[in-house]
Write a protein that binds this ligand. Structure first.
Ligand code: OAD
Length: 235
């Protein structure tokens, strides 16, 4: 049986693909107020603003290509049983070839009815893949309700967190790439790793993580993944 690797990723893994992060200098949240464009209150206040914001995010993905870090994560599947748990709403892990990807915060290329039910038991049958096309006010789901981005807005529950906890708990190794670990519940996931499970973090910044299991590879995702892959080979 292959060893299990759980990979938790954030915006930093896609930075070298030209997609900006949220909280770095010049990041998305420097230019947009997340409470306006990515919260449930913001959605009910101004649906057009939120739709336009995600139309823009979706359009950026058309030409975005996975970088060497996404590819290195996908290549881990040759030898390991890998599940990627990503906070990213982009589709670069899939484009790189990762076959098991859990999108904790939703997917920019998908929408669903505003009045639909979305929880862990939900089959996602009402989720519609719109690719890179814009969705506008007045665009309705088959059930007649306004389409909304398939995004976990601030102020909403994170339905896939239970599955993510199970994956992290069962992992033989946890790899964390490019996340500031500031947004919960994702930021608390590493605590569910077994006490004996090694944790590797790839991120150029100092992070607020104090855990003896952690080895910090302080580098950008592409170079950091090269170092991580070498460490794995030498283990
Ligand atoms: P952040 O923008 O908070 O953090 C990005 C992280 O990437 C930081 O730790 C950076 O140091 C690191 N970074 C920057 N460039 C990098 C590079 N080239 N290689 C590797 N790492 C690099 O993004 P997230 O932690 O992903 O949620 O943010 C979490 C959530 O907050 C997002 O999913 C989003 C946001 O609000 C929603 O919109 C629902």
């Amino acid at each position: 049986m292959k060893d299990k690797i759980a990979v938790l990723t954030g915006a930093g893994v896609s930075a070298e693909s030209g997609l900006g992060t949220y909280r770095d200098n010049g990041g998305l949240w420097d230019n947009y107020d997340p409470m306006e464009v990515a919260s449930i209150e913001g959605w009910y206040r101004n649906r057009k603003l939120v739709l336009d914001f995600y139309n823009m995010q979706r359009a950026k993905l058309r030409d975005a290509q996975p970088n060497a870090a996404h590819l290195a994560i996908a290549a881990l599947e040759d030898k390991y049983d890998v599940t990627v748990i990503t906070q990213n709403v982009d589709n670069l892990h899939e484009k790189a070839g990762s076959t098991r990807v859990i999108h904790l915060h939703g997917e920019a290329t998908k929408v669903r009815p505003e009045n639909g039910v979305y929880d862990e038991s939900y089959s996602e049958r009402e989720v519609i893949d719109v690719g890179y096309e814009p969705v506008n006010l007045g665009d309705k789901a088959p059930n007649g309700s306004q389409l909304r981005p398939h995004i976990v807005f601030f102020g909403e529950a994170v339905p896939k967190i239970e599955r993510a906890i199970d994956i992290v708990s069962a992992a033989d190794l946890l790899l964390i790439v490019g996340t500031s670990m500031q947004v919960y519940p994702a930021a608390g996931l590493y605590r569910y790793a077994d006490p004996k499970t090694p944790i590797y973090v790839v991120d150029p910044a100092d992070l607020p993580l104090h855990d003896p299991r952690i080895t910090h590879i302080k580098d950008v995702a592409t170079k950091g993944m090269e170092k991580f892959t070498k460490i794995l080979e030498e283990r």
